[in-house]
Design a protein around this ligand. Structure first.
Ligand code: COI
Length: 362
């Protein structure tokens, strides 16, 4: 692992108790930074005290959202060891997002090392309570000062860390989801498969409308026909219809290649369960529900890990799934993924990288 210059804070913050953690509200003492300038490439990687940036009001990211990010987590196991979940896949995905936003790629080894080195500095901030984690937010923003629309000639890569609890206030309790047949988050040929700021901005209006109607989030349909399932909120969607687990495919470029999605599919295949990555019509879902075949439905994502869907609203139809309770398979998947993340189960897939900590020398 490469090391980076570190400037330590002279004013460490008070860490919140694990029991009080929600999602993304507090940040650790340090952050990682590295700049890009055309002709020079990525340069000056370093760890510095967490602090606000000073930006020119004409900085292009503030106007045209040339920005990508990713999100991954580190977990403290019962043994005290800190483990990062699938850092390599997140670093690779950050670069795929960069490609779509015309941002120069980063060296994935530097990205992975930036996570490890920063967590090593802020290791005391990794919470220990089951269900908590240290959320890692690598971000790239365009930094050139100009108002013309073209790819920036300079960028900032930075990483911040946030000790977190559950993403949804419901925790692992099933959420109510409204099928959005009016608004869409992505279209084929667009940026749906990139983790970029604009996709999340595009999701706000429909989510707010759904909230007003008593739902936690929306289930997005495809942008052409408003028929085929896309994502749920900021997560990938999976359904159990009969004995088969189905999830929309990545092939049309509108869906994020979720790391939890990929991990869940790997586990389901390990367990010998039938899995289909294919287009799923909302009419198939309502039919399966009316025939009693829609037995479980859940979202997968880094922030919430697994989020069961207890009710699905589509037009005037309110479909209650598994009597509004978490399903057996949903629970099994949550337990399996979190056991690997907290180091309670053997990491058969090689998904974990450990962080050198005071307690556990590398
Ligand atoms: C995730 O599920 O990890 C997300 O994408 C949510 C994040 C944008 C807060």
């Amino acid at each position: 692992m490469q090391s980076f210059p570190v400037t330590r804070t002279s004013a460490p913050k008070t860490r919140p108790a694990d029991e009080t953690l929600r999602f993304g509200e507090v940040f650790t003492d340090h952050m990682f930074m590295m700049e890009y300038h055309e002709g020079r490439g990525w340069h000056d990687p370093r760890i510095v005290p967490y602090a606000p940036f000073s930006m020119d009001p004409a900085c292009c990211v503030l106007h045209y959202a040339q920005a990508v990010f990713d999100g991954l987590k580190a977990f403290r196991g019962a043994d005290g060891q800190v483990r990062i979940f699938r850092a390599d896949r997140h670093a690779a995905r950050l670069n795929k997002s960069c490609d779509l936003l015309c941002i120069p790629r980063l060296d994935p080894a530097v990205v992975e090392d930036s996570f490890r080195a920063l967590i090593e500095v802020d290791q005391e901030w990794v919470p220990a309570k089951h269900g908590t984690a240290l959320y890692i937010r690598p971000t790239v923003i365009a930094t050139e000062t100009f108002l013309g629309v073209h790819p920036s000639h300079s960028y900032l890569y930075y990483v911040i860390l946030s000790p977190v609890g559950a993403y949804y206030k419901e925790g692992l309790n099933p959420v109510k989801i409204l099928v959005s047949d009016e608004h869409v988050r992505a279209v084929p040929g667009g940026l749906g498969s990139a983790k970029t700021a604009g996709n999340y901005a595009a999701s706000l209006y429909a989510a707010q409308e759904a909230e007003k109607k008593g739902y936690t989030q929306v289930l997005w349909l495809d942008g052409r026909q408003r028929e085929f399932l896309d994502e749920v909120g900021t997560m990938n969607i999976m359904l159990r219809i009969g004995d088969t687990i189905v999830t929309p495919p990545l092939s049309n470029g509108t869906i994020l290649d979720g790391v939890t999605r990929n991990s869940v599919l790997a586990l389901l295949r390990d367990w010998g369960l039938p899995v289909e990555e294919r287009a799923i019509s909302i009419h198939e879902v309502t039919k399966a529900h009316s025939e009693g075949q829609l037995t479980e439905m859940w979202g997968t994502g880094t922030a919430a890990v697994i989020s069961p869907v207890g009710e699905l609203g589509y037009k005037d139809n309110r479909m209650v799934i598994n009597e509004g309770r978490i399903g057996d398979l949903t629970q099994r998947l949550y337990d399996a993924i979190t056991s690997i993340q907290y180091g309670a189960t053997n990491d058969a897939h090689g998904w974990i990288t450990t962080v050198p900590t005071k307690q556990h020398a590398a």
